[in-house]
Design a protein around this ligand. Structure first.
Ligand SMILES: Cc1cc2nc3c(=O)[nH]c(=O)nc-3n(C[C@H](O)[C@H](O)[C@H](O)COP(=O)(O)OP(=O)(O)OC[C@H]3O[C@@H](n4cnc5c(N)ncnc54)[C@H](O)[C@@H]3O)c2cc1C
Length: 406
């Protein structure tokens, strides 16, 4: 007999895993389907991303029980320095002046993935299909039937609500006929860690230039996460540089504010495209995270935004379940889309506008606030409120981000 779940999440990336963990004590029957074979403790080896997380995200991860697993790995951001190559103006933000101990934190994406998987391993109520790839689906009045490909052959499960947390090339999105709007930014981001001569000590740099943004983020052990944006036609030449050549290029683009760069780690390269779903829902289906919107990493908003998708959905599902309702009802889908609209549209517009401004030599100060504004989002004080409004973050803050499990 086909197993029927209340909620099935396709994709156990950063966002899908967070959603499943948030639903662990909900009383809902939940399945999590992930195509990549275990162990999923490590992202692919070539992934050297370091994620800047807003305070709202770190608080939410704390509420989910994930954050303590990152003790010693997460590095608080206490100050931010934003500048533009060839311009004198700088913007400085300081946690102490905002009345908080940190503006956010930096975590290696691999460490966050590992922490989420460790927490998931304790979530015995979540039924995991790993590795299993969603191949096909059939929507009927009261359920969605899912065809999964596993190493042992095909299997079918059914669900009241299907959640597409399956990333930029979402199969859920394609199979439910939700279209996308795509922009190729013609930029490639190189990321790696390195050792700056001057310890960053909680200081994050964001630097804009005509050829794209750069960032230097504080990491543990005095190291720094470096992000270098390169126009895609030049990416092959940068990828071919040896460590010494890459360091020289990085130094020339970033300058000497943090002293001489040395000891670069492995590099990973990420071509940057924006892929935005034209809708967040289809009958008995919702999208979250990169499946819903993949945006330019400038301003460090992708996971922060995707986590807010997941937490909003978790809250709605828990609320609905307590009232005895159907997890895949039209009413729930509509409420989810409505609750995400303001935050999503505001962040999408901000992110795209920032890319255009950041690479436009005629505009100076407007882009100089992205990381700062992002990290101030979620602060409980007036500065946070101003920053949130400035970024269009007017959506309701999730209970998880306030430290409360709904
Ligand atoms: C260079 C770079 C820097 C970034 N920096 C930041 C930052 O500082 N701060 C920030 O907030 N964000 C940042 N981001 C964005 C962030 O990394 C993403 O938004 C986030 O990782 C998206 O997670 P996700 O779970 O939605 O998608 P994914 O991580 O893509 O996960 C999707 C999962 O679904 C699985 N899957 C796919 N198809 C199927 C299928 N058919 N069946 C079963 N499983 C399937 C995949 O195997 C995968 O595990 C950055 C991104 C880049 C590229």
């Amino acid at each position: 007999m086909t197993h029927l779940f209340d909620v099935t999440v396709i994709g156990s990336g950063l966002v899908g895993s967070s959603l499943a963990i948030a639903l662990q004590h909900s009383g809902l029957t939940v399945a999590l389907v992930e195509a990549a074979p275990p162990p999923l403790r490590e992202q692919p080896r070539e992934d050297e991303r370091n994620l800047a997380l807003a305070r709202a995200s770190t608080t939410a991860l704390q509420t989910l029980g994930v954050w303590p697993r990152l003790t010693g790995t997460a590095t608080p951001i206490r100050r931010i320095h934003v500048s533009r190559a060839g311009e004198f103006g700088t913007l400085r933000l300081d946690a102490a002046r905002a009345g908080v101990d940190s503006l956010g934190a930096v975590v290696p994406a691999r460490a966050l993935a590992a922490a989420l998987q460790q927490e998931l391993d304790l979530c015995t109520r979540i039924h995991r299909y790993v590795p299993a790839q969603l191949r096909d689906l059939r929507v009927s009045a009261d359920r969605v039937e899912l065809n999964l490909q596993t190493p042992d052959g095909e299997t079918t499960i059914a669900t009241r609500l299907l959640v597409g947390a399956d990333g930029t090339a979402s199969q859920v999105r394609a199979l439910t006929g939700i279209g996308t709007d795509t922009i190729d930014y013609a930029q490639t981001l190189f990321v790696c860690s390195l050792l700056p001569q001057r310890p960053l000590d909680g200081l994050a740099y964001e630097r804009f230039s005509d050829t794209g943004p750069l960032a230097l983020l504080p990491l543990a052990d005095r190291r720094a996460g470096f992000v270098l944006s390169v126009p895609t036609p030049e990416a092959a030449a940068v990828a071919a540089l040896d460590d010494a050549g890459f360091l020289a290029h990085a130094q020339q683009r970033f300058g000497w504010r943090a002293g001489r760069f040395s000891r670069p780690g492995r590099r990973s390269a990420h071509p940057i495209r924006r892929v935005v779903a034209q809708g967040l829902t289809a009958p008995r289906c919702v999208l979250v995270g990169n499946a819903a919107q993949t945006i330019h990493p400038i301003g460090a908003q992708g996971f922060n935004l995707g986590l807010r998708d997941a937490l909003t959905l978790a809250e709605l599902l828990i609320e609905r379940h307590r009232g005895g309702g159907d997890a895949g009802s039209d009413a729930l889908l509509q409420t989810y889309a409505a609750r995400r609209r303001e935050d999503r549209e505001g962040t999408l517009a901000f992110s795209h506008g920032l890319v255009q401004l950041a690479c436009n030599p005629a505009r100076v100060l407007a882009p100089l606030r992205s990381l700062g504004l992002l990290l101030l989002d979620g602060l409980p004080d007036a500065a946070g409120g101003i920053a949130r409004r400035g970024m269009g973050f007017r959506g309701a803050t999730s209970a998880y981000a306030l430290g409360v499990r709904p």
